[in-house]
Design a protein around this ligand. Sequence first.
Ligand SMILES: [Zn+2]
Length: 304
Amino acid sequence: MTLSRETPKGSESVAAVQQLLLALGFYPGPVDKNFDHRTEQAVIRFQEFAGIYADGCIGPITMAAIENAYQHHVIELNSPGTAAASGNLIPFMKVHADDFPGGNHCLFLRADAAHAYTLLKEQVNARGGMLTSSAGRRCLNAHTAYNRSATSFHYLGRALDLFFWCALRRPDSDPYVVQLEDSVKRSLRVFARGTADKVAEVTLENILVSGDPGFTKKRSVTGPFFDLTALMAEFDFYPIPYRLRFEQNGDPLASEWWHFQFEQGLIPGASTFGGELLKVYPQDQLEGTPPWRFRDRVYKVNWR
Ligand SMILES: [Zn+2]
Protein backbone atom coordinates (compact mmCIF):
# COMPACT_ATOMS: atom_id res chain seq x y z
CA MET A 1 0.00 0.00 0.00
CA THR A 2 1.29 3.43 -0.87
CA LEU A 3 0.24 6.51 1.06
CA SER A 4 0.19 9.83 -0.76
CA ARG A 5 -1.87 12.93 -1.45
CA GLU A 6 -4.25 10.53 -3.27
CA THR A 7 -5.06 8.63 -0.07
CA PRO A 8 -8.68 9.29 1.00
CA LYS A 9 -9.14 11.47 4.08
CA GLY A 10 -9.59 9.86 7.48
CA SER A 11 -6.93 7.15 7.02
CA GLU A 12 -5.67 5.50 10.19
CA SER A 13 -2.45 4.54 8.35
CA VAL A 14 -1.83 8.19 7.55
CA ALA A 15 -2.38 9.12 11.19
CA ALA A 16 0.17 6.48 12.27
CA VAL A 17 2.77 7.81 9.85
CA GLN A 18 2.08 11.42 10.89
CA GLN A 19 2.72 10.37 14.48
CA LEU A 20 6.07 8.82 13.55
CA LEU A 21 7.16 11.82 11.48
CA LEU A 22 6.25 14.12 14.34
CA ALA A 23 8.30 12.10 16.82
CA LEU A 24 11.27 12.20 14.46
CA GLY A 25 11.10 15.97 14.19
CA PHE A 26 9.63 16.19 10.70
CA TYR A 27 6.55 18.22 11.49
CA PRO A 28 3.70 16.96 9.26
CA GLY A 29 1.02 19.40 10.41
CA PRO A 30 -1.64 18.18 12.85
CA VAL A 31 -2.06 14.41 13.24
CA ASP A 32 -5.46 14.40 11.52
CA LYS A 33 -5.45 11.33 9.23
CA ASN A 34 -5.33 13.57 6.16
CA PHE A 35 -2.33 13.38 3.83
CA ASP A 36 -2.23 17.06 2.99
CA HIS A 37 0.45 19.37 1.62
CA ARG A 38 2.26 19.67 4.96
CA THR A 39 2.42 15.91 5.43
CA GLU A 40 3.78 15.56 1.92
CA GLN A 41 6.47 18.16 2.63
CA ALA A 42 7.40 16.35 5.86
CA VAL A 43 7.74 13.08 3.92
CA ILE A 44 9.96 14.78 1.34
CA ARG A 45 12.19 16.26 4.07
CA PHE A 46 12.48 12.84 5.70
CA GLN A 47 13.31 11.18 2.35
CA GLU A 48 16.00 13.77 1.62
CA PHE A 49 17.40 13.28 5.12
CA ALA A 50 17.40 9.47 4.71
CA GLY A 51 18.97 9.70 1.25
CA ILE A 52 16.13 7.90 -0.52
CA TYR A 53 14.13 8.96 -3.54
CA ALA A 54 12.19 12.05 -2.47
CA ASP A 55 8.77 11.87 -4.10
CA GLY A 56 6.56 12.63 -1.09
CA CYS A 57 4.86 9.21 -1.33
CA ILE A 58 5.18 6.49 1.28
CA GLY A 59 5.84 3.13 -0.35
CA PRO A 60 7.52 0.12 1.27
CA ILE A 61 11.06 1.60 1.15
CA THR A 62 10.09 4.90 2.76
CA MET A 63 7.93 3.12 5.33
CA ALA A 64 10.82 0.84 6.32
CA ALA A 65 13.16 3.85 6.60
CA ILE A 66 10.70 5.74 8.83
CA GLU A 67 10.19 2.71 11.09
CA ASN A 68 13.92 2.11 11.32
CA ALA A 69 14.62 5.74 12.22
CA TYR A 70 11.86 5.67 14.81
CA GLN A 71 13.23 2.47 16.39
CA HIS A 72 16.62 4.13 16.93
CA HIS A 73 14.92 7.24 18.24
CA VAL A 74 13.05 5.25 20.89
CA ILE A 75 16.13 3.29 21.96
CA GLU A 76 18.00 6.55 22.37
CA LEU A 77 15.24 8.20 24.37
CA ASN A 78 14.95 5.27 26.77
CA SER A 79 18.63 4.61 27.30
CA PRO A 80 20.85 7.37 25.96
CA GLY A 81 24.07 6.04 24.52
CA THR A 82 22.83 2.54 23.69
CA ALA A 83 22.11 3.32 20.08
CA ALA A 84 25.51 4.96 19.72
CA ALA A 85 27.28 2.02 21.36
CA SER A 86 25.73 -0.34 18.86
CA GLY A 87 27.03 1.79 16.03
CA ASN A 88 23.92 3.87 15.45
CA LEU A 89 24.67 7.53 15.79
CA ILE A 90 21.97 10.08 16.51
CA PRO A 91 21.57 11.94 13.25
CA PHE A 92 21.75 15.69 12.85
CA MET A 93 18.64 17.20 11.38
CA LYS A 94 17.96 20.46 9.65
CA VAL A 95 15.29 22.70 11.15
CA HIS A 96 14.05 26.07 10.00
CA ALA A 97 14.33 29.47 11.64
CA ASP A 98 12.19 32.54 11.08
CA ASP A 99 13.56 35.14 8.70
CA PHE A 100 15.31 38.17 10.11
CA PRO A 101 17.67 40.37 8.06
CA GLY A 102 21.17 38.92 8.47
CA GLY A 103 20.01 35.82 10.34
CA ASN A 104 20.21 32.24 9.10
CA HIS A 105 17.26 30.41 7.59
CA CYS A 106 18.01 27.04 9.06
CA LEU A 107 20.24 25.22 11.54
CA PHE A 108 21.29 21.69 12.35
CA LEU A 109 20.55 20.00 15.66
CA ARG A 110 20.74 16.38 16.75
CA ALA A 111 17.45 14.60 16.14
CA ASP A 112 15.93 14.79 19.62
CA ALA A 113 16.84 18.47 19.99
CA ALA A 114 15.46 19.11 16.52
CA HIS A 115 12.20 17.49 17.53
CA ALA A 116 11.96 19.66 20.65
CA TYR A 117 12.88 22.74 18.60
CA THR A 118 10.09 22.07 16.11
CA LEU A 119 7.49 21.87 18.88
CA LEU A 120 8.94 24.95 20.59
CA LYS A 121 8.81 26.94 17.37
CA GLU A 122 5.13 26.08 16.96
CA GLN A 123 4.48 27.58 20.37
CA VAL A 124 6.52 30.71 19.68
CA ASN A 125 4.88 31.28 16.31
CA ALA A 126 1.41 30.68 17.79
CA ARG A 127 2.06 33.70 20.03
CA GLY A 128 3.11 35.79 17.04
CA GLY A 129 6.79 35.57 18.00
CA MET A 130 9.75 34.41 15.99
CA LEU A 131 12.76 32.15 16.45
CA THR A 132 15.71 33.59 14.58
CA SER A 133 19.08 31.90 14.19
CA SER A 134 22.80 32.56 14.10
CA ALA A 135 23.91 28.94 14.48
CA GLY A 136 23.23 25.42 15.62
CA ARG A 137 25.72 22.58 15.25
CA ARG A 138 29.38 23.64 15.18
CA CYS A 139 31.82 21.60 13.13
CA LEU A 140 34.48 19.64 15.03
CA ASN A 141 37.45 21.63 13.79
CA ALA A 142 35.95 25.07 14.35
CA HIS A 143 38.42 27.34 16.13
CA THR A 144 37.94 28.14 19.79
CA ALA A 145 38.18 31.61 21.37
CA TYR A 146 37.22 33.46 24.54
CA ASN A 147 33.60 33.23 23.55
CA ARG A 148 33.82 29.83 21.83
CA SER A 149 34.29 27.10 24.39
CA ALA A 150 35.92 23.81 23.39
CA THR A 151 33.23 22.03 25.40
CA SER A 152 30.37 23.87 23.75
CA PHE A 153 27.02 22.12 23.40
CA HIS A 154 27.12 23.33 19.80
CA TYR A 155 29.54 20.51 18.95
CA LEU A 156 26.91 18.05 20.12
CA GLY A 157 24.07 19.51 18.09
CA ARG A 158 22.55 20.37 21.47
CA ALA A 159 22.67 24.19 21.27
CA LEU A 160 21.10 26.94 19.25
CA ASP A 161 21.91 30.61 18.98
CA LEU A 162 19.16 33.06 18.19
CA PHE A 163 20.36 35.77 15.81
CA PHE A 164 22.76 38.04 17.76
CA TRP A 165 21.54 41.34 16.39
CA CYS A 166 17.87 41.23 17.24
CA ALA A 167 17.98 42.26 20.89
CA LEU A 168 19.76 44.81 23.14
CA ARG A 169 19.54 47.47 20.45
CA ARG A 170 16.02 48.82 20.05
CA PRO A 171 13.87 47.53 22.89
CA ASP A 172 10.82 49.23 21.37
CA SER A 173 10.97 47.22 18.16
CA ASP A 174 13.47 44.34 18.49
CA PRO A 175 11.96 40.82 18.32
CA TYR A 176 13.39 40.14 21.79
CA VAL A 177 14.24 42.11 24.91
CA VAL A 178 16.75 40.98 27.52
CA GLN A 179 16.10 41.41 31.22
CA LEU A 180 18.78 41.36 33.91
CA GLU A 181 17.54 38.65 36.25
CA ASP A 182 20.39 38.06 38.70
CA SER A 183 23.78 39.77 38.46
CA VAL A 184 25.33 37.31 40.95
CA LYS A 185 24.36 34.28 38.92
CA ARG A 186 24.89 36.36 35.79
CA SER A 187 21.51 35.25 34.52
CA LEU A 188 19.39 36.94 31.90
CA ARG A 189 15.78 36.36 30.92
CA VAL A 190 14.73 36.76 27.32
CA PHE A 191 11.26 37.91 26.38
CA ALA A 192 9.97 37.54 22.84
CA ARG A 193 7.69 40.04 21.19
CA GLY A 194 4.36 38.49 20.25
CA THR A 195 1.44 40.15 18.55
CA ALA A 196 -1.18 42.14 20.41
CA ASP A 197 -4.02 39.82 19.33
CA LYS A 198 -2.32 36.80 20.90
CA VAL A 199 -0.30 38.09 23.84
CA ALA A 200 -1.36 40.48 26.59
CA GLU A 201 0.62 43.68 27.00
CA VAL A 202 3.07 43.71 29.88
CA THR A 203 5.58 46.17 31.29
CA LEU A 204 9.03 44.72 31.88
CA GLU A 205 11.65 46.29 34.12
CA ASN A 206 15.45 46.01 34.05
CA ILE A 207 15.70 45.67 30.29
CA LEU A 208 19.30 45.93 29.07
CA VAL A 209 20.76 47.80 26.11
CA SER A 210 24.15 47.15 24.54
CA GLY A 211 27.25 49.23 25.28
CA ASP A 212 26.18 49.90 28.83
CA PRO A 213 29.03 49.16 31.30
CA GLY A 214 27.75 48.25 34.75
CA PHE A 215 24.15 48.10 33.52
CA THR A 216 23.48 51.72 34.38
CA LYS A 217 20.88 52.33 31.69
CA LYS A 218 18.30 49.64 32.48
CA ARG A 219 14.91 50.66 31.25
CA SER A 220 11.34 49.48 31.23
CA VAL A 221 9.45 48.51 28.09
CA THR A 222 5.80 47.85 27.48
CA GLY A 223 4.45 45.56 24.78
CA PRO A 224 3.02 42.13 23.95
CA PHE A 225 5.96 40.18 25.35
CA PHE A 226 6.05 36.58 26.53
CA ASP A 227 8.73 34.83 28.59
CA LEU A 228 10.82 32.97 26.02
CA THR A 229 13.31 31.69 28.59
CA ALA A 230 10.45 29.95 30.46
CA LEU A 231 8.99 28.53 27.24
CA MET A 232 12.41 27.26 26.18
CA ALA A 233 12.75 25.45 29.52
CA GLU A 234 9.49 23.58 28.87
CA PHE A 235 11.30 21.97 25.95
CA ASP A 236 14.54 21.41 27.92
CA PHE A 237 16.45 24.30 26.34
CA TYR A 238 18.33 26.31 28.98
CA PRO A 239 20.40 29.52 28.94
CA ILE A 240 24.00 29.98 30.11
CA PRO A 241 25.41 32.87 32.22
CA TYR A 242 26.60 36.00 30.48
CA ARG A 243 30.35 36.57 30.34
CA LEU A 244 31.85 39.20 32.65
CA ARG A 245 32.83 41.41 29.73
CA PHE A 246 29.15 42.06 29.14
CA GLU A 247 28.76 43.65 32.55
CA GLN A 248 32.20 45.28 32.57
CA ASN A 249 32.15 47.06 29.26
CA GLY A 250 28.71 46.39 27.85
CA ASP A 251 30.09 44.19 25.06
CA PRO A 252 26.92 42.71 23.54
CA LEU A 253 28.91 39.81 22.10
CA ALA A 254 29.68 38.66 25.64
CA SER A 255 26.03 38.56 26.68
CA GLU A 256 25.20 35.08 25.35
CA TRP A 257 21.55 36.15 25.57
CA TRP A 258 20.94 34.18 22.37
CA HIS A 259 22.33 30.85 23.53
CA PHE A 260 20.05 28.02 24.62
CA GLN A 261 21.16 24.45 25.07
CA PHE A 262 19.21 21.21 25.07
CA GLU A 263 19.95 19.36 28.30
CA GLN A 264 17.43 16.52 28.06
CA GLY A 265 18.82 13.12 29.05
CA LEU A 266 22.01 14.48 30.64
CA ILE A 267 22.75 13.18 34.11
CA PRO A 268 24.64 15.51 36.50
CA GLY A 269 27.84 13.86 37.73
CA ALA A 270 27.57 11.04 35.21
CA SER A 271 27.19 12.19 31.60
CA THR A 272 30.47 13.10 29.95
CA PHE A 273 31.23 15.44 27.09
CA GLY A 274 33.05 12.60 25.34
CA GLY A 275 30.10 10.25 25.76
CA GLU A 276 27.86 12.85 24.18
CA LEU A 277 30.29 13.40 21.31
CA LEU A 278 30.26 9.65 20.66
CA LYS A 279 26.49 9.71 20.26
CA VAL A 280 26.80 11.91 17.20
CA TYR A 281 30.24 11.17 15.73
CA PRO A 282 32.27 7.98 15.23
CA GLN A 283 35.42 7.94 17.37
CA ASP A 284 37.87 8.03 14.47
CA GLN A 285 36.33 11.31 13.36
CA LEU A 286 36.70 12.80 16.84
CA GLU A 287 40.34 11.97 17.48
CA GLY A 288 42.63 14.97 17.08
CA THR A 289 39.83 17.55 17.19
CA PRO A 290 39.70 20.37 19.81
CA PRO A 291 36.57 19.10 21.63
CA TRP A 292 37.86 15.51 21.93
CA ARG A 293 40.63 16.72 24.26
CA PHE A 294 37.92 17.54 26.80
CA ARG A 295 36.10 14.22 26.55
CA ASP A 296 36.47 13.47 30.28
CA ARG A 297 34.54 16.53 31.40
CA VAL A 298 31.51 15.64 33.53
CA TYR A 299 28.14 17.33 33.23
CA LYS A 300 27.48 19.88 36.01
CA VAL A 301 30.86 19.08 37.57
CA ASN A 302 33.43 20.59 35.23
CA TRP A 303 31.28 20.78 32.13
CA ARG A 304 28.14 22.87 31.88
ZN1 LIG B 1 25.79 29.46 21.42
